[in-house]
Ligand binder design. Structure first.
Ligand code: ADP
Ligand code: MG
Length: 150
């Protein structure tokens, strides 16, 4: 399923829509090159869950936790992960079991991450971005409808 995301604001709105549609436990893979808007989408998602401060990119910390409405959201950025086995040492499974996890650069953790609930691949498209979703058809249908209804 394909969506066009024309600017930064729309990317945050897409994140907010996903926040409405995903409930824990959920694993969202955010793929695409540097600068494609992965962190922007994560910011929209996390703010829609009630976070009011900054959402900084967890490039150096690998993960940033948020406790919102009694739910844990973990924002991962695995760009600097050297060895996927590090995720094992971090206890990645415990993070994922009861929470929502948003993962930038999931390919870096290949073999250590379970199948995602939903996968979004972002590419540039003119001045904006185009997103390719993969996941459960019923979920994709809800995203498509929510996106069309703005
Ligand atoms: P990533 O985390 O994928 O490296 P960022 O979320 O940091 O990317 O975004 C990089 C830049 O892209 C930011 O300047 C942001 O404003 C811009 N951006 C995000 N989404 C869009 C979009 N849909 N269209 C155009 N620019 C966007
Ligand atoms: Mg990022």
């Amino acid at each position: 399923m394909i969506v066009d995301i024309t600017n930064e604001h729309a990317m945050e709105q897409l994140g907010a829509l996903l926040a409405q549609l995903l409930a824990a436990p959920a694993l969202l893979f955010l793929q695409g090159d540097l600068g494609m808007g992965k962190t922007t989408l994560a910011r929209g998602f996390i703010r829609a869950c009630g976070h009011q401060g900054n959402v900084k990119s967890p490039t150096y910390t690998l993960v940033e936790p948020y406790e919102l409405k009694g739910e844990m959201i973990y924002h991962f950025d695995l760009y600097r992960l050297c060895d996927a086995e590090e995720l094992e040492f971090m206890g990645i499974r415990d993070y994922l079991d009861h929470s929502i996890a948003l993962v930038e650069w999931p390919d870096k953790g290949e073999g250590m991450l379970p199948e995602p609930t939903l996968e979004l691949h972002l590419q540039s498209h003119g001045e904006g971005r185009r997103g390719y979703f993969r996941g459960d058809p019923a979920l994709l249908h809800k995203i498509e409808q929510g996106w069309a209804n703005g």
